[in-house]
Design a protein around this ligand. Sequence first.
Ligand code: HEC
Length: 142
Amino acid sequence: MVLLLAACSESAPPGNDPRANPRDAAKVALGAKVYAQHCAACHGAKLEGELDWRRRKPNGRMPAPPHDDEGHTWHHADSVLFGITKRGLVAPYAPPNYESDMPAFGGKLSDDEIWAVLAFIKSRWSARVLPIRAEMTRNAAK
Ligand code: HEC
């Protein structure tokens, strides 16, 4: 939780990267495929995350959080989500030697596929979170 908040306040990049445009239907369709194949096993077919995702597992690691409105994925700028997906939870997204079950997808997915899966995830956020996210982006840019 601390690390996630740090990632929020530290970064002042644009919250909405055009490469992860949730209104680009072709991109969202590609992203849905990538998501089903590479993310759903942990983050849930409906983006619901693992059961009891706020509670640390017995091995000390965190479960996979939801990517829908219930999670905090939407609190992060697109650039941060891209970095976490490509590189995993390493610096600057996590403290040194942080142990996590979130894989790095850099060797498996192209940058385009990563942007597409983010476009898909963003396309599932509701009208409730989008204005809050835009506001956070404006504040971060100040
Ligand atoms: C093997 C299980 C697993 C797979 C597969 C997986 N994740 Fe994760 N993911 C996790 C876990 C566990 C976390 C939480 C890690 C932590 O906090 O230590 C996480 C966290 C994340 C976060 C940070 C969320 C936040 O709120 O800060 C993002 C973004 C993310 N995953 C994206 C993806 C994407 C996109 C895919 C598919 C391309 C994917 N993950 C596939 C397990 C997985």
